[in-house]
Write a protein that binds this ligand. Structure first.
Ligand code: 6R9
Length: 657
């Protein structure tokens, strides 16, 4: 056997741990025993979790993996997903419980109870039926964070139609590509959206996108900003309120097969057209509900939950709509940006609604750090119990800041690793059980199996780095790529086809305790003089310096070392730029990295920038920074949250150097 090189060098070490408090552990939803129980009989474990839902017909088989990698979970079972998320709570006497505390960006608010949600979803379902929408039809939804977005998704689920939610900020061409690929029959959008205190048109973009789109029969338009002259296509366009208000608020949900398709959600690959990730009903809802219950320790009727994700990201699907509503959540949904009208907006909302469970992304935590700890300090955050993180590895320093300044050193932090493809959380601490470590997602959840393997697919030992794989099927897993079975096999199952492992595309390592640390996408791994270095580790070392708020590193071609590490850093609010841009300050940062993780990881170059290029889910687009580092023309920027960022970076570098 030839010796296999590890996929990644394991450089950064972190030894802080935080045990759960006894008081929290005593009441926690999760128990330490559930790992062993699930290990003993994985399928029996998931069957018990499926009992959280209402099934019209019980399944006859838990898992059918005979046609791998196409899974079937809860075979023969029938259920209605929307009934599970709404109606059954009303029937159980909780109709008056608030499901959604909605907060509009301009300051308008709306509380929606479960009874109201049931009526709204029923009306919307009847409205879609009146337009000829039937089970398995595709409905594209491009909406901002307004209640209608959630209502429209649930209305689709209720009648067995599939939704395909597209980010409110996506360009006309991105929308068109997704509408065409899914052959959507209906598009739901709004007249306009509030963004940073201003109303911006939305319908006009949708019209541009849909010119000549043959599959689209009707466009439903929610009135939000009250634009004066909304462009209108008679015969195709309908006001949402006119259609929906005319409908009966009664609708009897039909039970669909456990494997009935629920939605498509597009995720952009590094190359090629976006992939339409397909999710189905019974297994998906089971895992979304179980993980929301166990990972957030959610207690229905007591907690107030807030997931700050956009509905256009999978986190909005699984942890605003399906998991939480299946668990009878009371949740905050906020329409706008975190600094409108001021940088304390999130803390003000937490104080007002007494939010107890808060779930956000590292990018936002680092932004809050940059704005300064004095801002959250002005608000009463004592209602908080659990803090969550998702979307990227969270740097240990950001984790510590989150714990101290938001969590008052008392709230467990759950760093949740998962993907659009996995449907739900896969690797995460369990609050009340896990001794947490800043920066580590730690262990696969009960019922989930993951491994870190080397190039040949052999599990690496403690302290080793490699590729993260999922070696057993799980209920919420994707059921394929819409319309492209071959691409599904090729993308996820070919790298370790011999072993039958799903390859997620992420690098990871085990620490000395066997806990998992995520190290970023393997496409981003840097190779310096033969050492494979993770972007995450170098970024975390930079962020641990008191002057740095955010950092992104890339490998740029280097004549001597193969690649050289180039770092882009954003400074904390209180650091003067001219001072930190000075040669001495840059030198200090380079030495700091060297001291934290070793001379091999010392950046060749560090550039101070005002912003970093990010997707709408907050992921740094390192590909674009590589273009800057290698002095190339900047590539495709259509999936950036803010497409002007690259200009800002380039012009800043010119004037600063
Ligand atoms: C839920 C979501 C998936 C990719 C994933 C990984 C990164 C997400 C993470 C994390 C480290 C975490 N990722 N959560 N990396 N720690 N807690 O983000 O889905 O948008 O499909 O992205 O995000 O690289 O492979 P999606």
């Amino acid at each position: 056997m030839t010796e296999q090189s590890p996929a990644l060098d394991n450089l950064l070490t972190e030894s802080r741990t935080f045990p759960p408090s006894e008081a929290f552990a005593a009441k926690a939803n999760a128990t330490a025993d559930s790992y062993a129980e699930a290990n003993e009989d994985r399928e029996a474990f998931w069957a018990r979790q499926a009992e959280r839902l209402h099934w019209d017909t019980k399944w006859s088989q838990v898992l059918d993996w005979s046609d791998a990698p196409f899974a079937k979970w809860f075979v023969g079972g029938k259920l209605n997903v929307a009934y599970n998320c709404v109606d059954r709570h009303v029937e159980a006497g909780h109709g008056d419980q608030v499901a959604i505390h909605w907060v509009g960006e301009p300051g308008d608010t709306r509380d929606i109870t479960y009874a109201e949600l049931q009526r709204e979803v029923s009306r919307a379902a009847n409205g879609l039926i009146s337009l000829g929408v039937t089970a398995r039809d595709r409905v594209a939804i491009q909406l901002q964070m307004i209640p209608e977005a959630i209502i429209a998704m649930l209305a689709c689920a209720r009648i067995g139609a599939m939704h395909s939610v597209v980010f409110g900020g996506f360009s006309p061409s991105a929308l068109r590509q997704r509408v065409d690929d899914a052959q959507a029959k209906i598009v739901i959008t709004s007249d306009g959206q509030y963004r940073r205190g201003k109303a911006a048109p939305m319908k006009a973009n949708v019209d541009e996108a849909l010119a000549g789109a043959e599959s689209v029969e009707k466009v439903l338009v929610v009135r939000r900003t009250g634009e004066d002259d909304v462009p209108w296509n008679n015969g195709r366009d309908l006001w949402w309120h006119e259609l929906v208000e005319a409908q009966s608020d009664q609708h009897t949900p039909e039970a669909f097969d456990s494997e009935h398709p629920l939605y498509i959600l597009y995720t952009s690959g590094t190359t090629g057209k976006p992939k339409g990730i397909l999710h189905t009903s019974g297994g998906y809802l089971t895992q979304a509900a179980y993980t929301h219950h166990a990972v957030f320790d959610h207690k229905p009727g007591e907690d107030v939950y807030w997931c700050t994700a956009d509905i256009g990201w999978v986190t909005g699907h699984s942890y605003i709509v399906y998991g939480p509503l299946a668990n009878r959540v009371t949740q905050v949904v906020y329409e706008g940006t975190p600094n409108t009208p001021h940088e304390g907006r999130h803390w003000e909302i937490i104080q007002t609604y007494k939010v107890s469970l808060y779930y956000t992304a590292p990018t936002l935590i680092r932004t809050f750090m940059k704005w300064g700890a004095d801002i959250p300090a002005k608000y009463d955050l004592s209602s908080l119990r659990v803090l969550g993180s998702v979307g990227e590895p969270i740097n240990p320093e950001a984790w510590m800041w989150y714990r101290e300044h938001i969590g008052g050193n008392r709230c467990p932090i759950v760093d949740t690793w998962w993907q659009t493809e996995t449907g739900s959380i896969m690797i995460s601490p369990l609050p009340g059980v896990t001794h947490t470590k800043p920066g580590s997602a730690q262990r696969p959840l009960p019922g989930i199996s993951a491994k870190v393997v080397d190039d040949a697919g052999n599990e690496v030992g403690k302290g080793g780095g490699g590729y993260l794989v999922l070696d057993k099927p799980w209920p919420g897993m994707l059921r394929g790529i819409w319309g492209d079975d071959e691409r599904y096999r090729e993308t996820y199952w070919s790298r370790f086809s011999e072993q039958g492992y799903y390859f997620a595309g992420d690098g990871a390592k085990y620490d000395a305790d066997g806990d998992v640390w995520l190290l970023g996408r393997v496409d981003d791994v840097m190779n310096v003089s033969g050492h494979r270095i993770s972007t995450t580790e170098v970024e975390s070392a930079l962020v641990s310096h008191p002057t740095v708020a955010e950092a992104a590193v890339v490998g740029a071609t280097d004549p001597t070392t193969g690649q050289g590490i180039v770092a882009f850093v954003i400074l904390r609010g209180d650091v003067a730029e001219d001072q930190a841009r000075g040669d001495a300050a840059i030198q200090e940062l380079r030495n700091h990295v060297s001291k934290e993780i070793g001379p091999i990881a010392k950046p060749r170059q560090i550039m101070v920038v005002p912003e970093l290029p990010k997707t709408r889910s907050g992921k740094i687009m390192r590909r674009l920074l590589r273009d800057v580092a290698e002095n190339r023309e900047i590539g495709d920027v259509t999936t950036l949250a803010d497409s002007s960022v690259m200009d800002l970076i380039s012009s800043g570098l010119k004037s600063g150097s």
